[in-house]
Ligand binder design. Structure first.
Ligand code: AMP
Length: 160
């Protein structure tokens, strides 16, 4: 499975804010949209940072309620790591685990195609595991059926 499989399911909608957005505005967005992070983009639509729930918690821990008046540019992570639609899910899990973050923009040829979260990755892995289990069960059932038919104990039902 690949990043493109996640995008096919969830689409390419990405919520963004300008560097001047206040943490108060960002908090409202995260809450109403039920998301964990927003990308910060400049006037040329270039990604210049990311602000996640963790950055908000950190800002409040340091500045108290005054944090809500800070702007995205003051708290965002500037070195944003991204992935490619053709990256396998295992690669994305590695990147998130080693980078200790839960969000990854999907970028190809400098074009922003979407944003995936660790929740999306876990959902896809669960679906994959469920399909594998079902396929294995079906295989075992068919093997059992075949060996029953081949067993010397098996009697063809009488046609009479
Ligand atoms: P998260 O686990 O996504 O809530 O983010 C934890 C920290 O990593 C926060 O400081 C985020 O700004 C930062 N972060 C989140 N996603 C990325 C990313 N793709 N690249 C770089 N930093 C990130």
């Amino acid at each position: 499975m690949f990043v493109s499989d996640i995008l096919a399911h969830k689409g390419g909608l990405v919520f963004t804010v300008p560097p001047s957005a206040t943490l108060s505005e960002i908090t409202r967005q995260l809450s109403t949209r039920r998301i964990g992070a927003v990308l910060v983009i400049d006037r040329l639509d270039q990604v210049v940072g990311i602000v996640s729930e963790r950055d908000l918690v950190h800002a409040v821990a340091v500045h108290g309620s005054a944090a809500l008046g800070l702007v995205a540019a003051e708290v965002m992570t500037r070195e944003v790591v991204s992935c490619d639609p053709d990256d396998p899910i295992e690669r994305v899990m590695e990147i998130m685990t080693s980078g200790r973050f839960r969000h990854l923009p999907v970028v190809r040829n400098a074009e922003l195609l979407g944003l995936i979260s660790i929740g999306d990755v876990v959902r896809l892995r669960l679906e994959e595991a469920t399909h594998e289990t079902e396929a294995l069960k079906a295989y075992i059932r068919s093997e059992e059926h075949t060996s029953e038919l081949q067993s010397p104990m098996y009697r063809m039902p009488s046609s009479a």
